[in-house]
Ligand binder design. Structure first.
Ligand code: NAD
Length: 414
């Protein structure tokens, strides 16, 4: 199987070859501008010292400061971070917000760290990054296994080092510490906004639709709840421990109560358990939302997928081979760089509020988010029709064109 970065490069190449852009621009925006790898020690609660490895890849900042999340995971590697960083560049460009793309990660298993160990790890990693991050340089955010608390520690570490409080250095902060209304739900809500646009185009009634959502974390849980708000019946969900399915519709409130108590889906008994959990993707549904991790829809399971619409909540959930199979089957795929762009869009609003020392109201933010994503969806859909390409290639074509035009206008330094 191709690596995530090879997949990202292949997606870029497929779209870039359809655009007439100078070779030097195409080659320079294809590669990350900076790949930082750091090794640093952290003192554990028992007095032992452990070494950790972390990364920050800054892919492109032609259209604005680098922007992208930080994940803590035992599996994270430079290749994955490079792919995720490049996807951020195309994501910020496709929704047209003035940011570039970056991503970061630390190899660790946060479930095996105490809160104080996690804090020390976060603070030391932030220090390692402190010369290359900042409100006008590179603005991290939460991603897999990082959250508002981790962002609060990053703000504090960065601010102490600079002797001034600087909330705009990261987004996804707690509400009482420069965070934005609507940020927590933004990615999942964005998934629902673009799903509604797609259903409109397909002339399908949301109330007659069912959905399966893989991954019930930040993105998946809010996507499920906001889809349900629109009348879509959520029939299947999963997390890293289990997958559950009920053709009559799942009781999301009851599941939330269960999760509050048990932390994981494993053991939930009021719906059918699907084993192995990956088979959830193949269960009957109209809309499939992969919202967990990369490379979940593959050439092995793509032929068995029953959904007519796939909305990529996760980054890179579909391999290129699966993409081709599904395109041939006539499945409409809303690509990650558009489908999950709600998070970075509200992150942008959070950053603007911080810079202006303002706090906007929830309704205002959700209205702005909706307007932004509906416009981006319309542009991608039109490009797809005019150029007779799938939605992913269309989204990349728009994004690459925007970054290429900015690169040409800025020229080469010195
Ligand atoms: P999260 O850690 O909050 O949730 C991830 C969920 O996926 C958890 O429920 C976890 O148990 C589950 N999971 C992990 N492996 C799984 C597997 N093999 N099968 C089924 N479930 C599995 O993370 P998140 O922030 O919701 O991010 C999910 C995806 O969305 C990632 O690809 C991330 O890069 C992407 N994303 C997140 C945001 C954001 O704002 N959080 C924005 C854009 C994209």
């Amino acid at each position: 199987m191709k690596s995530s970065y090879e997949i990202a490069q292949a997606q870029f190449d497929k779209a870039a070859q359809k655009l007439h852009i100078p070779d030097w621009i195409r080659d320079s925006i294809r590669e990350p501008e900076r790949n930082l790898s750091v090794d640093f020690p952290v003192r554990m609660d028992n007095g032992e010292v452990k070494l950790f490895k972390g990364y920050r890849v800054q892919h492109n900042n032609t259209r604005g400061p680098y922007k992208g999340g930080i994940r803590f995971s035992p599996k994270v590697g430079l290749d994955e971070v490079r792919a995720l960083a490049s996807w951020m560049t195309w994501k910020t460009a496709v929704v047209d917000i003035p940011f570039g793309g970056a991503k970061g990660g630390v190899i660790c298993d946060p479930s095996k760290l105490s809160k104080t160990e996690l804090e020390r790890l976060t603070r030391r990693f932030t220090y390692e990054l402190s010369s290359i991050i900042g409100p006008d340089m590179d603005i991290p955010a939460p991603d897999v296994n990082t959250n508002a608390q981790v962002m609060a520690w990053m703000v504090d570490t960065y601010s102490m080092g600079n002797h001034k409080v600087d909330f705009a250095v990261v987004t996804g902060k707690p509400l009482f510490l420069g965070g934005s209304q609507g940020r927590e739900e933004a990615t999942g809500r964005g998934v629902t906004i673009v799903t509604m646009e797609a259903l409109k185009e397909l002339k399908l009634e949301p109330k007659k639709m069912s959905a399966v959502v893989q991954g019930y974390g930040n993105v998946g849980s809010f996507a499920s709840k906001t889809l349900a708000e629109e009348g879509v019946k959520v029939v299947g969900i999963s997390d890293a421990t289990a997958a559950i399915y009920d053709a009559k519709g799942l009781d999301l409130n009851d599941i939330d109560k269960y999760l509050k108590k048990n932390k994981v889906l494993f053991g939930y008994s009021k719906a059918q358990t699907i084993e192995p959990k990956e088979k959830l993707l193949e269960q009957p549904c109209d809309i499939l939302v992969p919202a967990a991790i990369e490379n979940q829809i593959t050439k092995e399971n793509a032929p068995n997928i029953k959904a007519k619409l796939i909305v990529e909540g996760a980054n890179g959930p579909t391999t290129p081979e699966a993409d081709e199979i599904l395109n041939q089957k006539g499945v409409l795929i809303i690509p990650d760089i558009l489908a999950n762009a709600g998070g970075v869009t509200v992150s942008y609003y959070e950053w603007v509020q911080n810079l202006q020392r303002e706090q906007w109201e929830y309704d205002c933010i959700i209205a702005k988010l909706k307007k932004k994503l509906v416009k981006a969806y319309g542009e991608v859909s039109q490009m797809s029709r005019v150029e007779k390409v799938d939605m992913r290639t269309a989204a990349y074509m728009i994004a690459i064109r925007r970054v290429a035009d900015a690169t040409e206008a800025r020229g080469i330094f010195p």
